[in-house]
Design a protein around this ligand. Sequence first.
Ligand code: GLU
Length: 441
Amino acid sequence: MSSSRGGVDVVTEALTELHGRYGALSEGRVADYIPQLAFADRDCFGLALMSMDGHGYRAGRCGVSFTLQSLTKPFVLALVLAELGADEVARSVGAEPSGEAYNAISLDALTGRPANAMINAGAIAVTALVPASGPADRFARILECLGRFAGRALFVDEDVYRSEAATGDRNRAMAYLMRGTGVLRGDPVEAVDVYFRQCAVRATVTDLAVMGATLANGGTNPVTGERVVPEPVAVQVLSVMAMCGMYDAAGSWMLRVGLPAKSGVSGGLVAVSPARFGIAVHSPPLDAVGNPVRGVAALRELSERFGLHMMHNAAPVAPTVLGSTTTSGGRIALIAAQGRLDFTAAERVLFALEQRRTGPPGGVVLDLERVSGMDPAAKAMLERALTLLIEAGHDVTVVGDLPFRTRGAWRRSADRAQALAAAEQALTATGDRPPATGRDH
Ligand code: GLU
């Protein structure tokens, strides 16, 4: 996103800086075990970031399309999880980091299941699970789903598909093994053929950033606004990516970068900062475990520089409770909250309410006018806290029109002044008791 006046914005500037610095890295080998991949330009290097608000930023060569290869795995897993649910999928594939290479014959000795859906064996099993009337229909559904994640129709690179189909005996062998263990139903050759086609779907690094941002955004594409998969599915996929997405380097990636991610042998890498953005890098040379050298280096720096590690303190930045004061001579407590309420933010409000609950009965005005939304969990916590206040003998008024699931015994009020007046009136009507502290007399 460059502007015509005064150069570029700060995010583009940071991406451009990373592009400049890591473009100079010359290590790594372009994959050639799929012969057609060897033709990739090793100097091609692009970075793209898409925020969950749909703001896009780019640096380097971002218009070049490349085959997604393993980068399709999380998105096809999402499709299958959305269609069949996690329990059904778990019958065919595990969710354990294998700590092994992408093409490892990693089947559980007891169940015959592949360790996870991010390595080839697991991905082939997952692809075979896509409900369809036959292989052509199955692939059509996969292609459509990948397109919805990217926000545009995607296409297959027939040369790369044929190149892998002609050489991919190891994957076929794994499919046969999985039929032997009962994990794969149907024809192994057919299953692998759909998988090869899926791997040969082309996209740009910009598309890939949108795909990542869709997962960051809980399954809704931030550019098209389309819900691609339900929110719990996005959470499940990100969990698997976090544990298993970076081949046998998944552990050190989590330690140093700390974002769910997936790489592919074509040199693509997508990382997701949940509830923030998707970022993608494309640069063909790979390190010894098959991850793109420049992509790993650039994301490591980006994560450190901007404090993006998932385990970083993610508590809401702004205070939740704006004010907790008493009026009317200490008889009425006014507690105002702001922002979106999740568990942590709700706990802050509850803490303020609790201070009041344990004191002598009086009026409590909870002003939620500046609360922009609530998680279901936060709503339930708040409802329970209000009920407890009432049970303790307090007169409760809620300001703001956030929908509560049940209508409690608390008063609703359109604005704060009205709420305070109503609380005052109620206390007078019930012949209120003097406050225990006597501070205001
Ligand atoms: N099509 C590739 C394979 O199955 C994908 C591997 C990857 O990108 O990790 O070998």
